[in-house]
Design a binder for this molecule. Sequence first.
Ligand SMILES: Nc1ncnc2c1ncn2[C@@H]1O[C@H](COP(=O)(O)OP(=O)(O)OP(=O)(O)O)[C@@H](O)[C@H]1O
Length: 324
Amino acid sequence: MLRADRLSVEFPAGKGWLRAAEEVSFTLAPGETLALVGESGSGKSATAMAVARLHGPEARVTGHLGWTTREGATLDLATLRGEALRRLRGRDIAVVFQDPGSALDPVFQVGDQIAETLRHLRGAGRREAAEGAVALLERVGIPDPRRRAEEYPHQLSGGMRQRAVIALALAGQPRLLVADEPTTALDVTIQAQIVELLQDLQAREGMAMIFVSHDLGLVAGLAHRICVLYAGQVVEEGPAAEVLAAPRHPYTRALLDCVPEMEGDAAPPRGIPGRMPSPLDPPAHCRFADRCALAEAACRAQPVPLVAVAPGRSSRCLRWPEVA
Ligand SMILES: Nc1ncnc2c1ncn2[C@@H]1O[C@H](COP(=O)(O)OP(=O)(O)OP(=O)(O)O)[C@@H](O)[C@H]1O
């Protein structure tokens, strides 16, 4: 359904450009969830926002985003403009962000906001839209949806607000949901509930999803494929079960080591020692070398390419067979 081919996202910085994402490639099948994982600043959001075409005019996006429409035609999302882009946004591709507050207007009742979207995107009549809004609130697990529909966003808890935002995203019957750290602002128990909801909706509606997270533990139960980003580059990509069971890049290994062993583990999450290189001036060789226990002279001698290590799996590490 979606094929990102050498997608790069750059932002103006001083006299040059900051490469937030660099030649990122992946594919997404209908009904599949792809997790984009990495530390803060690794380029996850830049990549996800490029897919949703939500960057400001200052961003320079290059590469291709092949998209197969409902009718089977192929478009390049990266170059879509005007009416075709408006039709796609909100309808075929919906987005849920970290902060549920930003997607809801504080001065309108939640149900009215969803109803208005149904009228706009699906041409529903007034009554049909109001009923549709209640049905959507019910579908995302909001108890007593008829009463909740009449409340204002501030009357809902954080978790309920994020559910309402997801209901709003579903209003256009999207084929792809882009969820950018949708649970980061929520309590741990609520996080799990929202992840469960997304998983359930995704399976029921057959929607594809791009899920952005810094937490490999969180995406473990959700993702079909995982794409690990480091300093703007894909360092590992493959089926989630394989990546989690036998990582082929030391950075993925290190991210896995940060995941608490057991749910409710009281130990504070450990970070990875060292810092990610600045995207303004990344080294020409392996970008992870300075934080990597396996790094040797060859890793600092040349750029390291992303290579296939198994069918459907790739790694950007010279010593990948030794990682798992
Ligand atoms: N609009 C912008 N203008 C300039 N630089 C930007 C812009 N958006 C992102 N960046 C930079 O691009 C790099 C990648 O950012 P991005 O937000 O994609 O990372 P991320 O992995 O999603 O991290 P986070 O979890 O913190 O959002 C960072 O260095 C960031 O500062």
